[in-house]
Design a protein around this ligand. Sequence first.
Ligand SMILES: [Zn+2]
Length: 236
Amino acid sequence: MNGLKYSARALRELFFPRVCPVCGEKLEVEEPFLCGKCLEDIPFTWTWAWPENPVEERMWKRVGIVAGASLFFYRKEGGYGELVRKIKYGGDAALGRWLGRELGRRMAGSGRFSEVQAVVPVPLHPLRRWRRGYNQAEIIAQGIAAGLGGLKVEKHLLRRRKYTRTQTKLTTEGRSANVKDAFAVNPRTAARLSREGILNILVVDDVLTSGATLSEAVKPLLPAFAVSVATAGLVE
Ligand SMILES: [Zn+2]
């Protein structure tokens, strides 16, 4: 960082102090998203390098994917879950892209995702997307696509046709019923991808909990595509 940029940031810190979303400590100027300690302690899942990992097992109970990976483990209250909440409810796009890139780089390095040709975010219902102003899965997908070496994000391949209640307060069974048949494939985008020879795609969401939402998003794609999945967080 050059001197002038550093001073400008230092000045901004003075008036708008930022805190580490994980531990709540004040961030230093050179710490962009997390404090040094929380950065060092990220509970990585290592699922990108690990065949038959918990992401894949959770998905295989519901749907046939090729491979799956998540960046970090978290519990619902506090701690690293705060990273997901900052992206989902705070719209922190820089944080979302950074986490996505961190995961994408590791997935690329593992060689387990080398067939993937395009990245597809799990869409929000258009009404929810309009009210929120962004789709957190799309932000993370952009980072992953960059980390995988600059793949294209195909945000129109899937569409959400059901306005579903938020999954947060539902049981596992409730979640499955709530999202059943919620997604459909956009035939025009699917036809274009097929013309371009794109057969292997990666479907991205912010977190994997029971796998109910992600598996419903994968299902309509399976007749035409080989599908892998990735999420930033993996709920323990
Ligand atoms: Zn911290």
